[in-house]
Design a protein around this ligand. Structure first.
Ligand code: SAM
Length: 205
């Protein structure tokens, strides 16, 4: 996966590559899909949701530019795989999911792997998690119509937020950087994510 899918497409950050080598992706998918877990595509995880393609997980992780000391907020726990990757690289991961059954399953995997630096919450993540803010980095793994205002407010200065923004079919993956009170945005790539549903996202499934 790392040699054939990530390095040739420009994933070069050593911490990202080490995490992608280490985390057992097959534990985050259901039994019947385990033999496809390391394939170059997203997979269904139930309730109409997906675990992202390995390359997209690595691209978003690399874009955060993590050094190791950071506190990171993730919106859209899903299978828990992205949170597990982040947990190898930063100090603490706070991850929010709106679908109970997905969060229960993700927590089981975190426990079985003893990933103790991941905290989870069942909620509409478009409001962020104000109690633990500010976050050095925020990653949104579902596509919304705009950057949710509460997430920008909860981003540290300096800080980096990565989010797919666009319509419900295609989005651009945006990297938003906050520095000295100013925010700048750049598009990294075009992507297709499931919808970010919530008060500061799309209104319904
Ligand atoms: N990061 C996940 C992984 O590694 O498996 C992939 C997540 S999947 C592409 C997107 C997830 O975002 C879904 O599980 C969906 O239920 C969740 N989601 C959508 N809107 C949300 C919201 N407002 N708050 C929290 N989770 C949300």
């Amino acid at each position: 996966m790392v040699k054939e899918q990530l390095i040739p497409r420009g994933i070069h950050d050593p911490k990202t590559l080490a995490a992608m080598r280490k985390v057992p992706r097959h534990l985050f998918v259901e039994e019947a899909l385990k033999n496809q877990a390391y394939g170059d595509f997203p997979l269904p995880i139930g309730r109409g949701q997906t675990i992202s393609q390995p390359y997209i997980v690595a691209l978003m992780t690399q874009a955060l530019g993590l050094k190791g000391h950071e506190s990171v907020l993730e919106i859209g726990t899903g299978s828990g795989y992205q949170a597990a990757i982040l947990a190898q690289i930063c100090a603490k991961v706070y991850t929010i999911e709106r679908i109970d059954s997905l969060l229960v399953q993700a927590r089981k995997v975190f426990d079985s792997l003893h990933y103790l630096n991941i905290l989870t919450k069942l909620d509409d993540g478009t409001h962020g998690w104000p109690e633990h803010a500010p976050y050095d980095a925020i990653i949104v793994t579902a596509g919304g119509p705009r950057v949710p205002e509460p997430l920008l407010d909860q981003l540290a200065d300096p800080g980096t937020l990565v989010i797919p923004v666009g319509d419900r079919g295609v989005q651009d993956l945006r990297k938003v950087t906050k520095k000295d009170g100013e925010t700048t945005e750049k598009t990294i790539e075009f992507v297709r994510f499931v919808s970010l549903i919530g008060d500061h996202g799309w209104k319904s499934d």
